[in-house]
Design a protein around this ligand. Structure first.
Ligand code: MOS
Length: 732
């Protein structure tokens, strides 16, 4: 199904099932432990052996000597795989460093060996016997130190944009701000580690794994192992969180396959937690300079945003300027990205890559600017709203209700109770309110599905779409139920298998809209085949209450397929509507914090998000997405930071004890409101996505609330108490 003109009325608009706050259909499997995660496939192969990964102990250099003989002789050991005996390996398109290093080492904890043994304990014990001598080389580990050597990256997203004459407009502006903000490296810290079980059948490998993007990753496994893609099957129906860390093939999948080949047995490999931060990818640190010029009446005349990030050679920049190209009006504009070469582990996508760190900076800057202008920060944002792409004014937003989000949020949150900075006390707590705008693009991408009418009238949907905890199973079942006129209990959904049609996958918050649109396309084709079989006009046949109605007849779906099945496949393919119009999602985030006047400890007390993100397919699940993202925003604001050892080149706090994410006690009352929207330009579903939007702007809202509580402005995340203490009012 081509989608190249705005959606008209269609069966989804009935909203009998879609749009309802239904429970997750996979919930019972998950809470009863019957949903197999990657490390838990016990019955699909002969008994698997266990692989344990050895990570490099240096950041850059070479392995001078590698002695695996003691490990090979250890009890239970079946094989030791290294770059010396693994055969020639390629590299995945999505990988920056190779997944099995040696003799050259590209980053700390790059995998250099896999020890395979009968039991996990034997594999781990033997891995400790691998003897490595390194020739260490100096590396580049400090973004700040490398900043001046950063280059203009060439990639899909242009590094620089300019409209008008930023420099002179800024120089002549009545009120100006010029400030620099920094965001640290962050780790995805998902609950389920990367894990894979691999089994060979001749030259065909099946990998049960935990991966967000099955089609991408199947291709990259094939490239790495030198196989045709048809020889690779990936199975990933349940995923314990990804946040972008599982968009790509990682060492667990490749090493499980190599280990299984060497041991001639199925092998399972989980990356142990202390390996994940340095072995896999992370959100790269940024340094961002923002300049804003405005007239006294609060209109922005000049806005400039420059961002520096670093990566391994061949890696991408963090696109932290993305939202500044689109969020606020302003005649004279400039954005610029620069990329430094670093020998730290690979930086890559983490939930709302680009906008998350970009808004952490921009939305503090906007707050600072409002203060300079003596304006309310909500009003300042409203005054600079734009309904068109400010860099290409002929391009409107398909829908943009940011102003409505801001107004409703202010009203619901009691924003008018906000007082002067540092003026509200509650015992030892300094209390403040803060807010920020949220913005995240809503990309669409081709997505396929297979729909099967069973003899009993049930419909099965198969697609390689994944559910990373987001609720894909349920919204896909809702889509099929709505389109076919069936109750949701009559739909079966099978996901995450490369034997199924390729989908959009879970990334970039495109999954919900694109993958359900693909399922809609397949179900519409199924309706056509069914109607034709019944001699009905597919255009007017109605599918409702388990029946097909038309021409004065009503036939039960259960009577259509006879003894067989009707199987169809289709995909949604997007034209250029997303070029003609800008598809984005919007939010207003509000929060209240208390900062301990004596210790500088910050507690978030109350949060509200008002979101405008197209049709909400399942409000219960969408709310879960947003409150989860808001929680992540608390972490980014207050505690999350991979600490870089700038001498040795690695992340020091590489476990969940040292890398601090919010726990239940850190998460306050959270409220989420969705504006009523249906975006006909986005897809037949008229939906967008909320999984990343929910995080965008949250941390700046907290930073702004801290400033309101204390009068202290911190521009360097995370906002830990040591950064607040020197500026706190004297309360002794
Ligand atoms: Mo997302 S960072 O594309 O999983």
């Amino acid at each position: 199904m081509k989608f190249d003109t705005p959606a008209g009325p269609n069966p989804i608009d009935r909203l009998r099932v879609v749009g309802q706050p239904l429970d997750r259909i996979d919930g019972p499997h998950k809470v009863t432990g019957t949903a197999p995660y990657a490390y838990e496939w016990h019955d699909v192969t002969e008994r698997a052996a266990y692989g344990h990964v050895v990570g490099a102990g240096i950041a850059k250099g070479r392995i001078a000597a590698l002695d695996t003989s003691a490990a090979e002789r250890a009890p239970g050991v079946l094989a030791v795989v290294t770059a010396r005996n693994a055969g020639e390996l390629g590299k995945g398109r999505m990988n920056t460093a190779t997944l099995l290093g040696g003799p050259a080492i590209e980053h700390y904890h790059q995998a250099i060996a896999l020890v395979v043994a009968e039991t996990f304990e034997q594999a781990r014990a033997a891995a400790a016997l691998v003897r490595v001598t390194y020739a260490r080389e100096p590396g580049r580990f400090s973004l700040h130190a490398e900043k001046d050597r950063a280059i203009k990256p060439d990639g899909d997203t242009p590094a620089d944009t300019a409209v008008g004459d930023f420099d002179s407009a800024f120089a002549s502006a009545e009120v100006t701000l010029d400030a620099t903000y920094t965001t640290p490296d962050q780790s995805h810290a998902m609950m389920e580690p990367m894990a894979s079980l691999a089994a060979w059948d001749g030259d065909h490998v099946t990998i049960w794994t935990s991966n967000q993007m099955i089609a991408w990753s199947r291709g990259d496994v094939a490239r790495t192992l030198g196989l045709a893609p048809e020889k690779v099957r990936l199975v990933s129906p349940y995923i314990g969180g990804g946040f972008g860390g599982k968009l790509f093939v990682r060492a667990d999948a490749i090493l499980a396959a190599l280990g299984a080949r060497a041991a001639k047995r199925p092998v399972k490999v989980a990356l142990h937690r202390p390996l994940i931060a340095n072995n896999t990818t992370h959100r790269p640190a940024t340094e961002q300079r923002i300049r804003i010029g405005a007239r006294r009446d609060g209109r922005i005349t000049a806005i400039g945003h420059e961002s520096w990030s670093g990566n391994l050679p061949g890696g991408d920049p963090e696109v932290a300027i993305q939202q500044t190209r689109l969020l606020y009006a302003g005649e004279h504009r400039m954005t610029k990205m620069r990329l430094a070469t670093l020998d730290l582990p690979e930086g890559n996508a983490m939930r709302a890559p680009g906008e998350t760190p970009g808004l952490m900076a921009l939305e503090i800057a906007i707050d600072e600017m409002a203060e300079k202008l003596g304006m309310d920060p909500v009003e300042f944002r409203i005054r600079n709203d734009t309904q068109v792409d400010p860099e290409k004014p002929e391009r409107p937003f398909s829908q943009r209700q940011l102003v409505e989000c801001l107004r409703q949020g202010a009203e619901r949150f009691g924003w008018n109770r906000r007082a002067a900075h540092g003026s509200v006390r509650d015992g030892r707590w300094l209390v403040g309110l803060g807010m920020a705008a949220g913005f995240r693009n809503a990309p669409v991408t081709k997505s396929g599905a297979r729909a099967r009418l069973q003899p009993d009238g049930r419909v099965t949907v198969e697609t390689d779409m994944t559910d990373i905890g987001t609720g894909s199973y349920t919204i896909i079942a809702q889509t099929a139920a709505e389109t076919m006129g069936l109750p949701i209990a009559q739909i079966e959904v099978k996901l995450g298998d490369s034997d199924f049609p390729a989908s959009a996958g879970s990334g970039g918050q495109w999954g919900a809209n694109s993958a359900t649109a693909g399922v809609y396309a397949a179900c519409m084709k199924l309706r056509e085949v069914i109607a034709t079989r019944l001699d009905l006009d597919p255009a007017t046949a109605e599918f409702v209450d388990g029946e097909v109605r038309g021409g004065g007849r009503a036939v039960k779906l259960a009577d259509v397929a006879g003894d067989g099945q009707i199987v169809v496949e289709d995909a949604i393919e997007f034209g250029d509507l997303d070029k003609q119009k800008q598809l984005s999602t919007f939010a207003a985030h509000f929060c209240e914090v208390g900062v301990d006047a004596l210790t500088g400890e910050t507690r978030v007390r109350r949060m509200l998000a008002v979101c405008a993100a197209g049709r909400i397919l399942n409000p219960k699940q969408a709310r879960s997405q947003v409150i989860g993202a808001m929680t992540m925003g608390i972490g980014a604001a207050l505690s999350e930071e991979l600490a870089v050892d700038e001498r040795l080149g690695f992340f020091v706090n590489h476990d969940l004890a040292g890398y601090e994410v919010p726990v239940h006690a850190d998460v306050p009352e959270q409220e989420v409101v969705f504006l009523d929207e249906a975006d006909a330009d986005s897809s037949p579903m008229k939906a967008k996505g909320v999984g990343e939007l929910g995080l965008c702007g949250v941390s700046a809202a907290i930073a702004n609330a801290i400033h309101n509580a204390t009068g202290v402005r911190v521009r360097d995340y995370p906002i830990t108490l040591d950064k607040l203490l020197p500026g706190l009012p004297d309360v002794a």
